[in-house]
Design a protein around this ligand. Structure first.
Ligand code: SAH
Ligand code: SF4
Ligand code: F3S
Length: 506
Protein backbone atom coordinates (compact mmCIF):
# COMPACT_ATOMS: atom_id res chain seq x y z
CA UNK A 1 0.00 0.00 0.00
CA UNK A 2 1.14 3.51 -0.75
CA UNK A 3 0.24 5.92 2.00
CA UNK A 4 1.26 8.92 0.00
CA UNK A 5 -1.00 8.17 -2.95
CA UNK A 6 -3.86 7.52 -0.57
CA UNK A 7 -3.28 10.92 0.89
CA UNK A 8 -2.96 13.04 -2.16
CA UNK A 9 -5.91 15.14 -1.17
CA UNK A 10 -3.91 16.37 1.82
CA UNK A 11 -3.14 20.08 1.65
CA UNK A 12 0.50 21.02 1.56
CA UNK A 13 0.26 23.48 4.41
CA UNK A 14 2.55 21.54 6.68
CA UNK A 15 1.50 23.12 9.91
CA UNK A 16 -2.04 21.86 9.36
CA UNK A 17 -1.18 18.39 8.21
CA UNK A 18 -2.61 15.49 10.14
CA UNK A 19 0.46 13.32 10.32
CA UNK A 20 -1.33 10.24 11.56
CA UNK A 21 -2.32 9.51 7.97
CA UNK A 22 1.30 8.94 6.99
CA UNK A 23 1.48 6.05 9.31
CA UNK A 24 -1.51 3.98 8.35
CA UNK A 25 -1.50 0.26 8.06
CA UNK A 26 1.98 -1.14 7.35
CA UNK A 27 3.55 2.28 7.79
CA UNK A 28 3.69 2.60 11.55
CA UNK A 29 5.39 5.71 12.89
CA UNK A 30 8.96 5.08 13.96
CA UNK A 31 8.91 4.19 17.61
CA UNK A 32 11.96 3.92 19.84
CA UNK A 33 9.84 1.91 22.25
CA UNK A 34 9.01 -0.69 19.60
CA UNK A 35 12.60 -0.63 18.40
CA UNK A 36 13.70 -1.64 21.87
CA UNK A 37 11.71 -4.86 21.86
CA UNK A 38 13.58 -8.08 21.35
CA UNK A 39 11.22 -10.94 20.53
CA UNK A 40 11.73 -14.59 19.72
CA UNK A 41 10.73 -14.34 16.06
CA UNK A 42 13.22 -15.75 13.66
CA UNK A 43 15.18 -13.42 11.49
CA UNK A 44 13.99 -13.59 7.89
CA UNK A 45 16.75 -14.04 5.36
CA UNK A 46 15.50 -12.54 2.14
CA UNK A 47 17.45 -13.77 -0.86
CA UNK A 48 15.29 -12.62 -3.71
CA UNK A 49 16.08 -8.93 -3.91
CA UNK A 50 15.57 -7.51 -7.37
CA UNK A 51 14.61 -4.19 -8.89
CA UNK A 52 11.06 -4.35 -10.31
CA UNK A 53 11.12 -4.32 -14.15
CA UNK A 54 9.15 -1.07 -14.39
CA UNK A 55 11.72 0.74 -12.21
CA UNK A 56 14.88 -0.48 -13.90
CA UNK A 57 15.21 2.50 -16.24
CA UNK A 58 13.46 5.10 -14.17
CA UNK A 59 16.74 6.91 -13.50
CA UNK A 60 18.25 6.81 -16.98
CA UNK A 61 19.76 10.20 -17.79
CA UNK A 62 19.49 11.26 -14.14
CA UNK A 63 22.03 11.65 -11.35
CA UNK A 64 22.16 11.00 -7.63
CA UNK A 65 24.20 12.37 -4.76
CA UNK A 66 24.46 10.72 -1.32
CA UNK A 67 26.03 12.41 1.69
CA UNK A 68 27.05 10.07 4.50
CA UNK A 69 27.25 11.24 8.10
CA UNK A 70 27.85 8.11 10.16
CA UNK A 71 30.04 5.10 10.89
CA UNK A 72 31.43 2.51 8.48
CA UNK A 73 28.12 0.67 8.61
CA UNK A 74 26.45 3.84 7.41
CA UNK A 75 29.11 4.29 4.70
CA UNK A 76 28.51 0.76 3.56
CA UNK A 77 24.74 1.36 3.44
CA UNK A 78 25.55 4.24 1.12
CA UNK A 79 27.39 1.80 -1.15
CA UNK A 80 24.31 -0.43 -1.20
CA UNK A 81 22.00 2.50 -2.01
CA UNK A 82 24.39 3.64 -4.75
CA UNK A 83 24.31 0.08 -6.13
CA UNK A 84 20.51 0.06 -6.15
CA UNK A 85 20.33 3.50 -7.79
CA UNK A 86 22.83 2.41 -10.46
CA UNK A 87 20.62 -0.55 -11.26
CA UNK A 88 17.72 1.87 -11.69
CA UNK A 89 19.74 3.77 -14.29
CA UNK A 90 20.89 6.68 -12.10
CA UNK A 91 24.50 7.85 -12.28
CA UNK A 92 26.66 9.30 -9.51
CA UNK A 93 27.34 13.00 -9.19
CA UNK A 94 29.50 14.75 -6.64
CA UNK A 95 27.57 18.01 -6.75
CA UNK A 96 24.19 18.69 -5.18
CA UNK A 97 23.53 21.26 -7.91
CA UNK A 98 23.10 18.81 -10.78
CA UNK A 99 21.58 15.95 -8.76
CA UNK A 100 18.08 14.63 -9.45
CA UNK A 101 18.08 12.63 -6.21
CA UNK A 102 19.87 13.71 -3.03
CA UNK A 103 19.99 11.38 -0.03
CA UNK A 104 21.29 12.35 3.39
CA UNK A 105 22.38 9.13 5.08
CA UNK A 106 22.27 10.32 8.67
CA UNK A 107 23.78 9.41 12.03
CA UNK A 108 22.06 9.78 15.40
CA UNK A 109 24.95 8.95 17.70
CA UNK A 110 25.46 12.45 19.13
CA UNK A 111 23.55 15.69 19.01
CA UNK A 112 26.12 17.44 16.82
CA UNK A 113 25.80 14.70 14.18
CA UNK A 114 22.09 15.48 14.05
CA UNK A 115 22.57 19.23 13.97
CA UNK A 116 24.75 18.92 10.88
CA UNK A 117 21.91 17.21 9.06
CA UNK A 118 19.33 19.83 10.01
CA UNK A 119 21.80 22.51 8.89
CA UNK A 120 22.24 20.79 5.53
CA UNK A 121 18.48 20.44 5.10
CA UNK A 122 18.29 24.22 5.55
CA UNK A 123 20.86 24.75 2.75
CA UNK A 124 19.14 22.30 0.47
CA UNK A 125 15.94 24.31 0.64
CA UNK A 126 17.46 26.65 -1.97
CA UNK A 127 18.69 23.76 -4.11
CA UNK A 128 15.19 22.37 -4.08
CA UNK A 129 13.70 25.77 -4.91
CA UNK A 130 16.01 26.00 -7.95
CA UNK A 131 15.17 22.50 -9.05
CA UNK A 132 11.61 21.53 -8.08
CA UNK A 133 12.00 18.11 -9.71
CA UNK A 134 14.77 17.20 -7.29
CA UNK A 135 13.93 14.35 -4.90
CA UNK A 136 15.39 15.01 -1.45
CA UNK A 137 15.54 12.06 0.94
CA UNK A 138 16.58 11.53 4.55
CA UNK A 139 17.63 8.03 5.57
CA UNK A 140 19.96 6.37 8.07
CA UNK A 141 19.76 6.29 11.83
CA UNK A 142 18.03 9.64 12.42
CA UNK A 143 15.05 8.48 10.38
CA UNK A 144 14.42 5.82 13.00
CA UNK A 145 13.69 8.50 15.62
CA UNK A 146 10.12 9.69 16.03
CA UNK A 147 11.18 13.16 17.12
CA UNK A 148 13.28 13.59 13.99
CA UNK A 149 10.55 12.40 11.66
CA UNK A 150 8.05 14.74 13.33
CA UNK A 151 10.46 17.66 13.10
CA UNK A 152 11.07 17.05 9.40
CA UNK A 153 7.36 16.66 8.70
CA UNK A 154 6.57 19.93 10.42
CA UNK A 155 9.57 22.09 9.53
CA UNK A 156 11.31 20.82 6.39
CA UNK A 157 8.72 20.58 3.60
CA UNK A 158 11.58 20.46 1.08
CA UNK A 159 12.09 16.80 2.06
CA UNK A 160 10.36 14.35 -0.28
CA UNK A 161 11.10 11.06 1.41
CA UNK A 162 12.17 9.65 4.77
CA UNK A 163 13.09 6.01 5.05
CA UNK A 164 14.69 3.95 7.78
CA UNK A 165 17.67 1.61 8.14
CA UNK A 166 15.38 -1.42 7.71
CA UNK A 167 13.92 -0.03 4.50
CA UNK A 168 17.03 0.40 2.34
CA UNK A 169 16.08 -2.50 0.06
CA UNK A 170 12.78 -0.72 -0.58
CA UNK A 171 14.53 2.28 -2.15
CA UNK A 172 13.17 1.60 -5.69
CA UNK A 173 9.56 1.62 -4.46
CA UNK A 174 10.19 4.62 -2.19
CA UNK A 175 11.58 6.60 -5.12
CA UNK A 176 8.65 5.55 -7.29
CA UNK A 177 6.21 6.73 -4.62
CA UNK A 178 8.04 10.02 -4.19
CA UNK A 179 8.15 10.66 -7.95
CA UNK A 180 4.44 10.25 -8.33
CA UNK A 181 3.29 11.82 -5.10
CA UNK A 182 2.89 15.38 -3.97
CA UNK A 183 3.33 14.48 -0.34
CA UNK A 184 6.29 13.45 1.72
CA UNK A 185 6.85 9.68 1.58
CA UNK A 186 7.62 8.19 4.98
CA UNK A 187 8.62 4.55 5.27
CA UNK A 188 10.32 3.63 8.53
CA UNK A 189 9.98 0.19 10.05
CA UNK A 190 10.74 -0.05 13.76
CA UNK A 191 11.21 -3.78 13.61
CA UNK A 192 13.96 -5.96 14.93
CA UNK A 193 15.24 -6.42 11.43
CA UNK A 194 15.78 -8.98 8.70
CA UNK A 195 18.76 -9.84 6.56
CA UNK A 196 18.53 -9.01 2.89
CA UNK A 197 21.08 -10.81 0.73
CA UNK A 198 22.00 -10.18 -2.89
CA UNK A 199 21.78 -6.41 -2.64
CA UNK A 200 23.81 -4.61 -5.27
CA UNK A 201 26.76 -2.52 -4.09
CA UNK A 202 28.66 0.28 -5.73
CA UNK A 203 31.81 0.21 -3.66
CA UNK A 204 33.92 3.29 -3.09
CA UNK A 205 37.17 2.42 -4.82
CA UNK A 206 38.47 -0.99 -5.73
CA UNK A 207 41.16 -1.50 -3.11
CA UNK A 208 39.41 -1.66 0.27
CA UNK A 209 36.07 -3.38 0.73
CA UNK A 210 33.61 -3.52 3.61
CA UNK A 211 31.69 -6.69 4.31
CA UNK A 212 28.83 -6.75 6.80
CA UNK A 213 28.95 -9.85 8.94
CA UNK A 214 26.10 -8.89 11.22
CA UNK A 215 23.55 -6.18 11.75
CA UNK A 216 22.07 -4.52 14.82
CA UNK A 217 23.10 -4.49 18.46
CA UNK A 218 21.63 -6.04 21.61
CA UNK A 219 24.07 -4.51 24.08
CA UNK A 220 21.93 -1.50 25.02
CA UNK A 221 24.74 0.52 26.56
CA UNK A 222 22.72 3.09 28.48
CA UNK A 223 23.99 6.11 26.51
CA UNK A 224 23.65 4.63 23.04
CA UNK A 225 20.93 4.98 20.40
CA UNK A 226 22.25 2.30 18.01
CA UNK A 227 20.23 -0.69 19.33
CA UNK A 228 17.09 1.38 18.70
CA UNK A 229 18.07 2.51 15.21
CA UNK A 230 19.59 -0.71 13.90
CA UNK A 231 17.47 -3.49 15.37
CA UNK A 232 18.56 -6.71 17.00
CA UNK A 233 21.80 -8.58 16.53
CA UNK A 234 21.51 -10.82 13.53
CA UNK A 235 24.35 -12.59 11.80
CA UNK A 236 24.72 -13.36 8.13
CA UNK A 237 25.45 -16.97 7.35
CA UNK A 238 29.18 -17.76 7.04
CA UNK A 239 28.82 -19.01 3.47
CA UNK A 240 27.24 -15.72 2.32
CA UNK A 241 30.07 -13.73 3.93
CA UNK A 242 32.81 -16.01 2.64
CA UNK A 243 31.41 -15.84 -0.88
CA UNK A 244 31.39 -12.03 -0.73
CA UNK A 245 35.02 -11.93 0.46
CA UNK A 246 36.03 -14.41 -2.26
CA UNK A 247 34.39 -12.21 -4.84
CA UNK A 248 36.36 -9.20 -3.56
CA UNK A 249 39.56 -11.25 -3.74
CA UNK A 250 38.76 -12.23 -7.34
CA UNK A 251 38.21 -8.57 -8.17
CA UNK A 252 41.68 -7.75 -6.82
CA UNK A 253 40.73 -5.98 -3.59
CA UNK A 254 43.68 -5.70 -1.21
CA UNK A 255 41.84 -5.27 2.07
CA UNK A 256 38.57 -6.43 3.57
CA UNK A 257 37.03 -5.08 6.78
CA UNK A 258 34.39 -7.24 8.42
CA UNK A 259 31.72 -4.96 9.84
CA UNK A 260 29.26 -5.06 12.68
CA UNK A 261 28.32 -2.93 15.71
CA UNK A 262 29.53 -5.69 17.99
CA UNK A 263 31.34 -8.20 15.79
CA UNK A 264 32.31 -10.32 18.77
CA UNK A 265 28.68 -11.34 19.13
CA UNK A 266 28.81 -12.78 15.62
CA UNK A 267 27.02 -16.13 15.45
CA UNK A 268 25.46 -15.99 18.91
CA UNK A 269 22.04 -15.77 17.28
CA UNK A 270 22.46 -18.94 15.20
CA UNK A 271 20.13 -21.59 16.54
CA UNK A 272 21.47 -24.41 14.43
CA UNK A 273 25.18 -23.59 14.40
CA UNK A 274 28.00 -23.26 16.98
CA UNK A 275 30.08 -20.71 15.18
CA UNK A 276 31.69 -17.42 16.23
CA UNK A 277 33.89 -14.61 14.96
CA UNK A 278 37.05 -16.65 15.62
CA UNK A 279 35.75 -19.45 13.39
CA UNK A 280 34.78 -17.01 10.67
CA UNK A 281 38.15 -15.22 10.75
CA UNK A 282 39.92 -18.56 10.66
CA UNK A 283 38.17 -19.38 7.38
CA UNK A 284 38.42 -15.95 5.83
CA UNK A 285 42.14 -15.61 6.54
CA UNK A 286 42.70 -18.49 4.12
CA UNK A 287 41.21 -16.46 1.27
CA UNK A 288 43.81 -14.76 -0.90
CA UNK A 289 43.20 -11.23 0.31
CA UNK A 290 46.30 -9.41 1.60
CA UNK A 291 44.69 -7.65 4.56
CA UNK A 292 41.87 -8.62 6.84
CA UNK A 293 40.37 -6.28 9.47
CA UNK A 294 37.27 -6.36 11.66
CA UNK A 295 35.39 -3.69 13.56
CA UNK A 296 33.90 -2.93 16.07
CA UNK A 297 34.82 -5.16 18.96
CA UNK A 298 33.02 -5.25 22.25
CA UNK A 299 35.31 -6.32 25.12
CA UNK A 300 32.58 -8.36 26.77
CA UNK A 301 32.25 -10.86 23.92
CA UNK A 302 35.92 -10.96 22.86
CA UNK A 303 36.73 -14.64 23.39
CA UNK A 304 39.83 -16.83 23.54
CA UNK A 305 38.98 -18.57 20.28
CA UNK A 306 39.26 -15.23 18.48
CA UNK A 307 42.54 -14.42 20.23
CA UNK A 308 43.91 -17.80 19.18
CA UNK A 309 43.05 -17.03 15.53
CA UNK A 310 44.41 -13.47 15.72
CA UNK A 311 47.72 -14.93 16.94
CA UNK A 312 48.05 -16.77 13.62
CA UNK A 313 48.89 -13.42 12.00
CA UNK A 314 49.33 -13.69 8.23
CA UNK A 315 46.83 -11.43 6.51
CA UNK A 316 45.13 -10.55 9.82
CA UNK A 317 46.38 -7.04 10.50
CA UNK A 318 48.16 -5.93 13.66
CA UNK A 319 45.34 -3.68 14.77
CA UNK A 320 42.48 -4.12 17.21
CA UNK A 321 39.94 -1.38 17.86
CA UNK A 322 38.67 -2.10 21.35
CA UNK A 323 36.35 0.61 22.71
CA UNK A 324 36.73 0.95 26.47
CA UNK A 325 34.42 3.99 26.97
CA UNK A 326 35.61 4.59 30.55
CA UNK A 327 38.33 3.60 33.01
CA UNK A 328 36.20 3.39 36.15
CA UNK A 329 34.21 0.24 36.91
CA UNK A 330 31.31 2.08 38.55
CA UNK A 331 30.83 4.26 35.50
CA UNK A 332 31.16 1.20 33.25
CA UNK A 333 28.37 -0.35 35.27
CA UNK A 334 26.15 2.70 34.85
CA UNK A 335 26.92 2.54 31.14
CA UNK A 336 25.87 -1.15 31.20
CA UNK A 337 29.09 -2.12 29.42
CA UNK A 338 29.07 -5.42 31.35
CA UNK A 339 32.81 -5.52 32.05
CA UNK A 340 35.06 -3.97 34.66
CA UNK A 341 38.30 -2.04 34.32
CA UNK A 342 40.16 -5.15 35.47
CA UNK A 343 38.48 -7.41 32.93
CA UNK A 344 39.28 -4.94 30.16
CA UNK A 345 42.94 -4.69 31.15
CA UNK A 346 43.21 -8.47 31.39
CA UNK A 347 41.81 -8.73 27.86
CA UNK A 348 44.29 -6.13 26.60
CA UNK A 349 47.14 -8.13 28.07
CA UNK A 350 45.92 -11.32 26.42
CA UNK A 351 45.69 -9.57 23.06
CA UNK A 352 49.15 -8.04 23.46
CA UNK A 353 50.59 -11.44 24.34
CA UNK A 354 49.00 -13.04 21.29
CA UNK A 355 49.85 -10.16 18.93
CA UNK A 356 53.17 -8.64 20.06
CA UNK A 357 53.06 -5.83 17.46
CA UNK A 358 49.41 -4.97 17.92
CA UNK A 359 48.27 -1.37 17.64
CA UNK A 360 45.35 -0.79 19.96
CA UNK A 361 42.82 1.95 19.43
CA UNK A 362 39.70 2.80 21.40
CA UNK A 363 36.63 5.00 21.93
CA UNK A 364 36.24 6.98 25.14
CA UNK A 365 33.36 9.01 26.52
CA UNK A 366 34.02 11.82 29.01
CA UNK A 367 31.41 13.61 31.08
CA UNK A 368 28.98 10.72 31.53
CA UNK A 369 26.32 11.93 34.03
CA UNK A 370 27.85 12.68 37.43
CA UNK A 371 31.37 11.57 36.45
CA UNK A 372 33.68 12.67 39.28
CA UNK A 373 37.22 13.96 38.87
CA UNK A 374 38.49 10.75 40.53
CA UNK A 375 36.54 8.60 38.10
CA UNK A 376 37.88 10.62 35.19
CA UNK A 377 41.40 10.16 36.57
CA UNK A 378 40.84 6.42 36.20
CA UNK A 379 40.19 6.91 32.50
CA UNK A 380 43.51 8.77 32.29
CA UNK A 381 45.36 6.07 34.20
CA UNK A 382 43.88 3.35 32.02
CA UNK A 383 44.96 5.22 28.88
CA UNK A 384 48.46 5.47 30.30
CA UNK A 385 48.52 1.79 31.15
CA UNK A 386 47.22 0.51 27.81
CA UNK A 387 49.25 2.98 25.69
CA UNK A 388 46.77 3.30 22.85
CA UNK A 389 48.01 4.14 19.39
CA UNK A 390 44.97 6.35 18.84
CA UNK A 391 41.51 7.01 20.23
CA UNK A 392 38.21 8.61 19.31
CA UNK A 393 37.09 10.71 22.25
CA UNK A 394 33.65 12.17 22.82
CA UNK A 395 31.78 14.31 25.30
CA UNK A 396 28.70 12.41 26.41
CA UNK A 397 25.64 13.50 24.47
CA UNK A 398 22.20 12.59 25.89
CA UNK A 399 20.09 10.64 23.39
CA UNK A 400 16.34 10.82 23.79
CA UNK A 401 14.82 7.47 24.70
CA UNK A 402 18.00 5.97 26.20
CA UNK A 403 18.24 5.26 29.96
CA UNK A 404 21.21 7.60 30.52
CA UNK A 405 19.25 10.54 29.11
CA UNK A 406 16.98 10.27 32.17
CA UNK A 407 19.89 10.50 34.64
CA UNK A 408 20.42 13.75 36.53
CA UNK A 409 23.81 15.22 35.65
CA UNK A 410 25.82 17.51 37.92
CA UNK A 411 28.85 17.97 35.67
CA UNK A 412 28.98 21.39 33.97
CA UNK A 413 29.84 21.50 30.27
CA UNK A 414 33.06 23.51 30.88
CA UNK A 415 34.29 20.71 33.13
CA UNK A 416 33.50 18.12 30.47
CA UNK A 417 35.32 20.15 27.83
CA UNK A 418 38.34 20.60 30.05
CA UNK A 419 38.43 16.85 30.76
CA UNK A 420 38.26 16.10 27.07
CA UNK A 421 41.22 18.40 26.48
CA UNK A 422 43.30 16.77 29.20
CA UNK A 423 42.47 13.32 27.85
CA UNK A 424 43.33 14.29 24.28
CA UNK A 425 46.62 15.85 25.37
CA UNK A 426 47.62 12.58 27.02
CA UNK A 427 46.50 10.49 24.04
CA UNK A 428 48.40 12.73 21.62
CA UNK A 429 51.62 12.43 23.62
CA UNK A 430 51.31 8.65 23.60
CA UNK A 431 50.50 8.54 19.85
CA UNK A 432 53.56 10.65 19.09
CA UNK A 433 55.81 8.43 21.20
CA UNK A 434 54.41 5.32 19.54
CA UNK A 435 54.87 6.84 16.10
CA UNK A 436 58.46 7.84 16.87
CA UNK A 437 59.25 4.18 17.48
CA UNK A 438 58.56 3.57 13.76
CA UNK A 439 61.39 5.87 12.60
CA UNK A 440 64.04 3.84 10.79
CA UNK A 441 61.74 0.85 10.30
CA UNK A 442 60.49 -0.41 6.95
CA UNK A 443 56.72 -0.89 6.88
CA UNK A 444 54.23 -2.18 4.34
CA UNK A 445 51.78 0.44 3.14
CA UNK A 446 48.62 -0.07 1.14
CA UNK A 447 48.73 2.94 -1.18
CA UNK A 448 45.32 4.55 -1.29
CA UNK A 449 45.87 7.69 -3.35
CA UNK A 450 47.33 11.16 -3.48
CA UNK A 451 47.61 13.12 -0.27
CA UNK A 452 44.83 15.73 -0.03
CA UNK A 453 47.36 18.39 0.94
CA UNK A 454 49.96 17.66 -1.72
CA UNK A 455 49.19 15.71 -4.91
CA UNK A 456 52.91 14.91 -5.32
CA UNK A 457 52.74 12.82 -2.18
CA UNK A 458 51.05 9.42 -1.93
CA UNK A 459 49.26 8.26 1.18
CA UNK A 460 48.17 4.94 2.62
CA UNK A 461 47.88 2.86 5.78
CA UNK A 462 50.04 0.27 7.45
CA UNK A 463 48.40 -2.91 8.71
CA UNK A 464 48.52 -1.30 12.16
CA UNK A 465 46.42 1.51 10.67
CA UNK A 466 49.07 4.26 10.70
CA UNK A 467 48.78 6.84 7.95
CA UNK A 468 52.02 7.03 5.95
CA UNK A 469 52.86 9.80 3.44
CA UNK A 470 55.69 9.37 0.92
CA UNK A 471 56.75 10.20 -2.61
CA UNK A 472 56.44 7.47 -5.21
CA UNK A 473 55.06 6.97 -8.73
CA UNK A 474 51.28 7.14 -9.03
CA UNK A 475 51.00 3.72 -10.65
CA UNK A 476 51.59 2.27 -7.18
CA UNK A 477 48.13 3.38 -6.03
CA UNK A 478 46.27 0.24 -5.05
CA UNK A 479 49.47 -1.72 -4.33
CA UNK A 480 51.13 -2.70 -1.07
CA UNK A 481 54.65 -1.22 -1.03
CA UNK A 482 57.55 -0.95 1.39
CA UNK A 483 58.31 2.42 2.94
CA UNK A 484 61.15 3.35 5.26
CA UNK A 485 59.88 5.66 7.97
CA UNK A 486 61.89 8.85 8.38
CA UNK A 487 59.53 11.15 10.21
CA UNK A 488 56.90 10.77 12.95
CA UNK A 489 54.05 13.12 13.82
CA UNK A 490 51.08 12.66 16.15
CA UNK A 491 48.66 11.68 13.38
CA UNK A 492 50.89 10.27 10.68
CA UNK A 493 54.28 9.02 9.55
CA UNK A 494 56.45 10.23 6.69
CA UNK A 495 58.84 8.02 4.79
CA UNK A 496 60.71 7.03 1.67
CA UNK A 497 59.52 4.44 -0.77
CA UNK A 498 61.80 1.41 -0.85
CA UNK A 499 61.93 0.36 -4.46
CA UNK A 500 61.98 -3.39 -4.68
CA UNK A 501 64.45 -4.67 -7.26
CA UNK A 502 63.53 -8.03 -8.69
CA UNK A 503 66.06 -10.60 -7.60
CA UNK A 504 68.51 -11.73 -10.24
CA UNK A 505 68.60 -15.48 -10.17
CA UNK A 506 71.53 -17.50 -11.56
N1 SAH B 1 29.42 -0.37 18.35
C1 SAH B 1 30.57 0.32 18.64
C2 SAH B 1 30.54 1.81 18.43
C3 SAH B 1 29.28 2.52 18.34
S1 SAH B 1 29.24 4.23 18.22
C4 SAH B 1 30.97 -0.03 20.05
O1 SAH B 1 30.21 -0.50 20.83
O2 SAH B 1 32.08 0.22 20.37
C5 SAH B 1 30.89 4.81 18.31
C6 SAH B 1 31.24 5.46 19.58
O3 SAH B 1 30.43 6.59 19.81
C7 SAH B 1 31.04 4.62 20.81
O4 SAH B 1 32.06 3.71 21.00
C8 SAH B 1 31.00 5.66 21.90
O5 SAH B 1 32.29 5.97 22.37
C9 SAH B 1 30.44 6.87 21.19
N2 SAH B 1 29.07 7.17 21.64
C10 SAH B 1 27.99 6.38 21.51
N3 SAH B 1 26.92 6.98 22.07
C11 SAH B 1 27.35 8.18 22.55
C12 SAH B 1 26.72 9.25 23.24
N4 SAH B 1 25.45 9.21 23.56
N5 SAH B 1 27.48 10.32 23.58
C13 SAH B 1 28.80 10.37 23.26
N6 SAH B 1 29.43 9.39 22.62
C14 SAH B 1 28.73 8.30 22.26
FE1 SF4 C 1 26.09 1.23 21.20
FE2 SF4 C 1 27.02 -0.32 23.10
FE3 SF4 C 1 25.89 -1.41 20.94
FE4 SF4 C 1 28.24 -0.20 20.73
S1 SF4 C 1 27.79 -2.05 21.93
S2 SF4 C 1 26.51 0.03 19.39
S3 SF4 C 1 28.10 1.46 22.21
S4 SF4 C 1 24.89 -0.18 22.50
FE1 F3S D 1 25.62 6.68 13.67
FE2 F3S D 1 23.88 4.83 13.16
FE3 F3S D 1 26.44 4.35 12.82
S1 F3S D 1 23.82 6.23 14.84
S2 F3S D 1 27.38 5.61 14.38
S3 F3S D 1 25.24 5.79 11.70
S4 F3S D 1 24.91 2.89 13.48
Amino acid sequence: MDTTKDNQEVKTNNKERDYSQYFQSTYAPPSLKDAKKRGKEQVQILKDFSIPENLKNIGVGKKFYIRTYGCQMNEHDTEVMAGILNEMGYETTYSTEDADVILLNTCAIRENAENKVFGELGHLKHTKANNPNLLLGVCGCMSQEESVVNRILSTYPQVDMIFGTHNIHRLPQIIENALFSKEMVVEVWSKEGDIVENLPRKRKGNVKGWVNIMYGCDKFCTYCIVPYTRGKERSRYPQDIIEEVRQLAREGYKEVTLLGQNVNAYGKDFEDLEYGLGDLMDEIRKIDIPRLRFTTSHPRDFDDRLIEVLAKGGNIVDHVHLPVQHGNSDVLKLMARKYTREHYLELVNKIKAAMPNVALTTDIIVGFPNETEEQFQETLSLVKEVQYDAAYTFIYSPREGTPAAKMQDNVPMEVKRERLQRLNAMLNDISLEKNKAYVGKVVEVLVEGESKKNPDVLTGHTGSNKVVNFKAPKHLIGEIVKVQITDAKTWNLGGEWVEEKSEVVG
